[in-house]
Design a protein around this ligand. Sequence first.
Ligand code: SME
Length: 154
Amino acid sequence: MNQYELMAKQIEAIAKEDPDRIPVLSNTSALIYDTVTDVNWAGFYLVDGDHLTLGPFQGKVACIHLYPHKGVCGTSWAEDRPLVVANVHEFEGHVACDSKTNSEIVIPIHDLRNPEHPVIGVLDIDSIFLDRFQPEDREGLELVVRTLESVTRF
Ligand code: SME
C-alpha cells in the first residue's frame, strides 16, 4: 500500500466517526501536511457563492477569498480539472500567499449527491521546491479526493 492508499483508509476511518466536513477536511489537511514530504501548505478552499473561501488547512496564514479563473485554485475550480504547476511563477495570475512557494497541485472536489456533480471546493497543496508534484502524487491525491467525495458530509 502506498502513502496515498494508506491516507485514503485513514480518511475513511475518520469519517466513520464523524463525516462532517470540518473534522474530515481538518484531519485530511493534517495527514497530508504530516506525511507528504516537502509540503509547506496543505488545505482546502470551499465554494461560497461566486468565490472560494479558505477552509481547513495546515501551514502559514493564507489568502481568504479566491475568484474563478484567477490563480491556480480559481482556474482549477472554474475549469473543473486538476492542475499540477511545476513553477508557480510561470502561471499567469498565480496568487502568492507564501512567497516561498514554488510548485503547487490543485484538485477539484465534487458534490456526488447533486446529479450534476458540481465542484464544491478544491484541495490545494504547495511546496517550496520546483516541480515537486509528480504523476504518482497526482494519482494518489486524486484517490484521496475521490475518497473525500464519497465519505464526507459537505
Ligand atoms: N496559490 C493559490 C492560492 C492559495 S495559496 O497557495 C494557499 C492560487 O494561485 O490559487
